[in-house]
Write a protein that binds this ligand. Structure first.
Ligand code: GRF
Length: 210
């Protein structure tokens, strides 16, 4: 008689958001399937009242807010954010539209996976979709990458391409990018969580799966 193999425990992650949280929602939806292998332990934000936090609360996921304005220095905010993340002991962290640069306390403790709405290294920064349009790019897309200490400079994990249309606005183009960004982020996070993909270690980034 064989003993049934117990189900593998899901990998715990913390997701950081700053806005509408549609990427977070894609992760929440994916994590509803035990086979996905991910448990979202908490969702953190740098501001209160955003839709991303409402999405987390609606899914029964603990939330926290860590505002730069509540700390005297950026370094103290970084340490405060690391402490709030550490409360949940995640294996790794996902930055899904988190609009603050992470500091050495966070990056030194966890691997952080970020999603960015352009084909890095093209159009880094906070206005990637607008910048691609302004530059007259005929193609852009999205990039899932490991965060390092630079602005969208960490090693690329995966990308998806989107054609720019002549009548595109920033919103219409961003919507089409997000349509590919959601499944790409879900795929990468799931593969890392299930141990199917190893990630490069970057300067200032801690070992994956602490
Ligand atoms: C995404 O396109 C992400 O790449 C960028 O900001 C957007 C966040 O969207 N950094 P949402 O909050 O997940 O809807």
């Amino acid at each position: 008689m064989t003993t049934p193999t117990p189900p593998t425990e899901p990998t715990g992650i913390v997701v950081l958001v700053s806005g509408s949280g549609t990427n977070l929602q894609a992760l929440i939806d994916a994590a509803a399937d035990p086979a996905y292998g991910v448990r979202i332990l908490a969702v953190g934000a740098d501001r209160a009242g955003i839709t991303g936090l409402h999405r987390a609360a609606a899914a029964g996921i603990p939330t926290f807010v860590c505002r730069v304005a509540d700390f005297v220095t950026r370094a103290e905010w970084d340490a405060g954010l690391a402490s709030r993340i550490d409360d949940h002991a995640p294996a790794f962290v996902v930055s899904a539209g988190f609009m603050k640069l992470l500091g050495p306390e966070v990056l030194g403790r966890w691997t952080v996976i970020n999603t960015h709405p352009a084909l890095l290294p093209s159009f880094p920064g906070a206005h990637a979709v607008r910048d691609a349009l302004a530059a007259g790019a005929t193609e852009t897309g999205c990039t899932v990458h490991v965060v390092d200490s630079g602005v969208d400079t960490g090693p690329v994990i995966a990308q998806a391409r989107v054609a720019v249309e002549q009548d595109d606005t920033e919103d219409s183009l961003h919507d089409r990018i997000k349509a590919l960004e959601h499944p790409l982020l879900v795929q990468v996070v799931g593969e890392v969580a299930r141990g199917e993909r190893s990630l490069p270690t970057v300067d200032g980034t801690g070992p994956q799966g602490r």
